[in-house]
Design a protein around this ligand. Structure first.
Ligand code: PSU
Ligand code: MN
Length: 302
């Protein structure tokens, strides 16, 4: 049944069959998270970094109605060029995009679902979705959090952007039993910055310890994923006040224009990039590389 829908690339299939480490990568970050051509360059380099660290990359998307684990260079180029014209696919969107034989770029939630169907346990990205600021009014809580509650995939990220309410995001994850692990840090990183003012649940200092943690969680059938929060390297972090101001301005603009639903996150990401004159993009690219490396190391121990 599943195999009527899921296409795993030869390389990824071979790796999974021979128990080699595989790292899933998402595609919304390519289509909606970064501009062309940096998005394609980044996506290809991320794959290379995964390889350099001993694992096989599986970039995930929906192409012509097929759930794909492992994209070709041409497919990555295609998604990157189409950009925000590609449908952003979270859990609710999958049946539509598949039944209509469309293309879709998968979010963290969408990527976790397909990774899990393919048997991939570790996934690297930039930042996860979460509870938006003012969610008590808007109810805007990313489906990524429910996916983390339910689907057994570990997500290596640089924390979450403070376009979100990080405190409420942590509360939500706590309620649903999703552990938040800090890699070599007790403080939750806030994507562009290493600091957020919030603590993670557990600090673990090596990929091996993180792999042990995940093994225990899943051996005990404690359903769901984990957030592995990996701070942006010191030299690429942004000035705290500058990024805070850019985020405030982007949020005000979104409010003024009445941006809602699935448009909100892509709108804020591109606004922040414009306001910071592209500086945020460089940080964003570097933190993704850093996450790909850690994810490959964790996958190798698992
Ligand atoms: N946060 C980022 N970069 C991103 C995203 C979030 O810093 O590219 C993308 C991811 O694909 C994430 C999605 O899963 O946005 C969340 O969207 P929403 O808030 O609509 O659930
Ligand atoms: Mn939302």
């Amino acid at each position: 049944m599943i195999k009527d829908y899921l296409v795993i690339s030869e390389e990824v299939k071979d790796a999974l069959d021979s128990n080699k480490p595989v790292v899933a990568l998402e595609s919304t970050i390519i289509s909606h998270g970064m501009p062309y051509p940096q998005n394609v360059e980044t996506a290809l380099k991320v794959e290379q970094i995964v390889r350099d660290n001993g694992a096989i990359p599986a970039t995930i998307a929906i192409i012509n109605g097929k759930l794909k684990a492992g994209l070709s260079k041409e497919e990555i180029e295609y998604l990157g060029k189409k950009g925000r014209e590609v449908i952003k696919v979270s859990r609710r969107d999958i049946p539509y995009v598949v039944s209509k034989k469309l293309d879709g770029a998968t979010t963290v939630a969408g990527t976790m679902i397909i990774a899990s169907l393919a048997g991939i346990k570790v996934f690297a990205t930039g930042g996860i979705g979460g509870v938006h600021r003012n969610a008590q009014e808007t109810f805007d809580i990313s489906a990524d959090l429910q996916e983390l509650a339910n689907t057994n995939v570990a997500v290596v990220c640089a924390g979450a952007k403070s376009i979100l309410d990080l405190g409420l995001t942590l509360e939500y994850l706590e309620t649903f039993g999703v552990p938040v692990i800090g890699y070599q840090t007790v403080e939750l990183p806030a994507f562009y910055t290493r600091k957020s003012g919030f603590n993670v649940n557990f600090r673990l200092d090596s990929p091996e310890e993180i792999a042990d943690f995940l093994k225990v969680k899943w051996d005990l059938n404690l359903k769901g994923g984990a957030v592995i929060a990996n701070p942006i390297p010191e030299e690429y972090q942004m000035d705290y006040d500058a990024i805070t101001k850019a985020i405030e301005d982007a949020l005000a603009e979104a409010e003024k224009l009445g941006i809602k639903g699935k448009e909100t996150t892509p709108f804020l990401l591109s606004k922040i990039k414009d306001i910071t004159g592209g500086k945020s993009l460089e940080s964003n690219i570097q933190l993704v590389y850093n996450n790909a490396k850690l994810a490959a190391q964790i996958a190798s121990y698992l």
